[in-house]
Design a protein around this ligand. Structure first.
Ligand SMILES: [Zn+2]
Length: 163
């Protein structure tokens, strides 16, 4: 049994996120080996190729898997938002410095608005580039950590026995 995370399909993660958002019920047929959603035909899993006859499909996504996807996405969002708001806050503080040091003049007020504009665009860009990349890595790292723990505790088969 593979220790790698490659078994969870992007489609499954998308569905898990929608279930947690309350946009769809947690019910259906999911591959017993990788949890990819299956069609009702009984054919092989389009993601891992296993047959439902070989591994009994799940009728719902186990809550451990939902929690895993949620933990990953939460970390991604946290870093992106943290960088956006943190960058903006830093920019607002920096924008006020000319007025703090040189008092209110037309040019310190002008500088305030120019710096606010730069901070706004800069923070958004920082969040969408650096924040996105760091958040993705943190999210993947967390997912991998949880997946390895799950595998050490008996893998997906163990989740069938769980209530
Ligand atoms: Zn599969």
């Amino acid at each position: 049994m593979s220790q790698e995370l490659s078994r969870l399909s992007p489609r499954l993660e998308e569905i898990a996120a929608r279930i947690m958002a309350g946009e769809m019920p947690n019910a259906g047929r999911f591959c017993g080996a990788c949890l990819h959603p299956l069609s009702s035909g009984g054919g092989a899993c389009p993601h891992c190729g296993r047959l439902p006859a070989q591994v009994e499909p799940f009728t719902a996504i186990p809550k451990e898997i939902l929690a895993m996807v949620q933990a990953q996405r939460m970390r991604e969002a946290l870093v992106v938002r943290g960088m956006a708001y943190g960058g903006l806050l830093g920019g607002v503080i920096a924008s006020l410095l000319p007025i703090v040091f040189w008092d209110v003049h037309w040019w310190t007020v002008l500088l305030l608005f120019v710096m606010l504009g730069v901070a706004y665009i800069g923070a958004a860009n920082l969040a969408n580039t650096v924040g996105d990349a760091l958040g993705y890595r943190w999210g993947q790292w967390e997912k991998r950590r949880r997946w390895q723990r799950l595998m050490a505790q008996g893998g997906l088969e163990a989740l069938r026995r769980a209530p």
